[in-house]
Design a protein around this ligand. Structure first.
Ligand SMILES: [Fe+2]
Length: 484
């Protein structure tokens, strides 16, 4: 662009520009210059190189047009009529600084005992269950239905197409049979049974007491309604939910992201991010070819620039995902100080999963377990991320399957158990969007800020990028915003 034209654009908005900055802007497009002018801090009189650095025109980095120091900071206008000065956040549950495990066998025993007792306790309130060992007593009337609570050890389909499942409690194991024709609805629901989850079974015993014919399956479940808890609250303001930003990837959608930042207005109080802030390094084979920034810390520096440009009155809450630089075994603690120190100091970093109170209770979980749940339940797919999320609520557990894609750290307590019912369950990971309700819980999967990667092309996965879910916390109405 002609220098005269650039000077004029700046002058029209009341800025002068020094020669060095002018020189740096010469290769920029009209649109980019307009954007810089639009987002320039109004206190600046003479625009210098410290305000504008040369725009990057590397074709490999076409989405990363602005260098690190050039992410425009949105003007924080004060006073603003609708602005809520306080946007309190209380962390209700978080593994950070609570991790005790070193991965020994005995820890796994303790971990699964805790899972069994936490979920079993929920079931026991509704089911008069007896220990599996007691079923072997000979004086039992095998015509009377009996109930047990067990963790699923094994799932098989018999040669006749019936489901044969082995469950275990602290006293023993039991085989249960779900007949494929006797009760179609029951058989269909049995297709949802996952390994390592805790369920209640009601049925009649075979004469030798070794097999149970199932009449009913009970899941820990969440209550039908939790309006009582919602009514007592005074939730105010609006929250925006996003995840999987993937800064550092060549496919990160910078233009969409900047449009999003520009849209974040005075009425927004919270921005909640469910992991994968950066693309990371060495996450999958050949990832280095898909990276625009190949140094993990530079990825976070860039991410910090993007997030520091969010209007200051918005409280940002960040939880990690499997692409982030924390331990891969879940639950994951929050980012280390070396990373959090790059971000503005009012950002709240939590672990994965974590429960926070922002006027409503938000359970944040990146959602890696969805890979395992989707692979295990017939009819589930990545295009409907809410289905596995609803299963999590039904099971009262975020990551039931052990030995799948999720590496579970054997903590003393099972941090994936949903003891306290959230108002919102927020996940990411699958890069598709789905917002719906399961009973009274709003389930949000917020997509990604990355277009289709080579890896996803090979896996035939079609992402839904550049979306944000806006929730009015007072009434829990939501809207999915599109920044494409
Ligand atoms: Fe992701």
């Amino acid at each position: 662009m002609e220098t005269g034209e650039i000077i004029q654009i700046f002058a029209e908005s009341g800025f002068q520009i020094d020669p060095q900055a002018l020189d740096a802007m010469r290769t920029s497009s009209h649109e980019q210059i307009r954007h810089v002018v639009k987002t320039m801090d109004s206190s600046v009189l003479v625009v210098g190189i410290e305000h504008i650095r040369p725009l990057v025109h590397d074709p490999l980095q076409k989405h990363i047009s602005l260098p690190l120091s050039e992410i425009p900071v949105k003007k924080d206008l004060t006073p603003v009529k609708n602005k809520i000065l306080e946007s309190p956040v209380t962390i209700l549950k978080d593994i950070t600084n609570q991790s005790t495990c070193i991965g020994e066998y005995t820890e796994f025993v303790q971990y699964f005992r805790d899972r069994y007792s936490s979920l079993g306790e929920i079931l026991r309130k509704r089911l008069g269950a007896r220990p599996i060992e007691s079923l072997k007593k000979r004086n039992l009337d095998t015509r009377e239905p009996l109930s047990v609570i067990g963790m699923v050890l094994d799932i098989k389909t018999t040669s006749n197409g019936h489901k044969l499942i082995q469950i275990e409690d602290t006293t023993g194991t039991l085989r249960i049979l779900i007949h494929k024709e006797r009760d179609k609805e029951l058989f269909d629901s049995a297709n949802h049974i996952l390994l390592d989850e805790v369920i209640g079974i009601t049925g009649t015993l075979s004469s030798d007491g070794n097999l149970m014919f199932v009449n009913r399956i009970s899941w820990p479940e969440i209550p039908n309604s939790q309006k009582v808890t919602l009514e007592g609250k005074k939730a105010v303001g609006k929250a925006v939910f996003i995840s999987d930003i993937h800064v550092g990837s060549k496919t990160f959608l910078e233009d969409s992201w900047l449009r999003f930042i520009d849209w974040l207005g005075d009425e927004i109080n919270y921005l909640v991010i469910a992991g994968d802030v950066v693309d990371g390094i060495g996450i999958f084979p050949g990832q280095d070819k898909e990276l625009a920034i190949s140094d993990i810390y530079e990825q976070y520096e860039k991410a910090a620039q993007y997030l520091n440009a969010v209007p200051k009155h918005i409280k940002i809450i960040i939880s990690p995902g499997n692409h982030d630089a924390v331990r891969q075994a879940e639950p994951q603690p929050r980012f280390p100080e070396r990373i959090t120190g790059m971000f503005r100091n009012d950002i709240i970093f939590v672990g994965n999963p974590a429960m926070v109170d922002i006027g409503v209770k938000v359970l944040i979980y990146h959602g890696r377990s969805m890979d395992d749940i989707i692979a295990s339940i017939p009819g589930f797919s990545y295009t409907e991320p809410n289905k596995p999320m609803h299963e999590m609520l039904k099971l009262r557990h975020l990551s039931p399957i052990y030995g799948g894609r999720v590496s579970i750290a054997p903590e003393k307590k099972d941090h994936f158990v949903i003891n306290e019912i959230p108002d919102i369950l927020h996940c990411g990971h699958v890069h598709t969007v789905g917002v719906s309700r399961y009973r009274d819980v709003l389930t949000i999967n917020s997509g990604t800020w990355q277009s289709q990667t080579e890896f996803q092309k090979r896996m035939n996965l079609m992402p839904v990028p550049a979306r944000a879910t806006l929730v009015d916390l007072a009434g829990m109405e939501y809207k999915i915003m599109d920044f494409n």
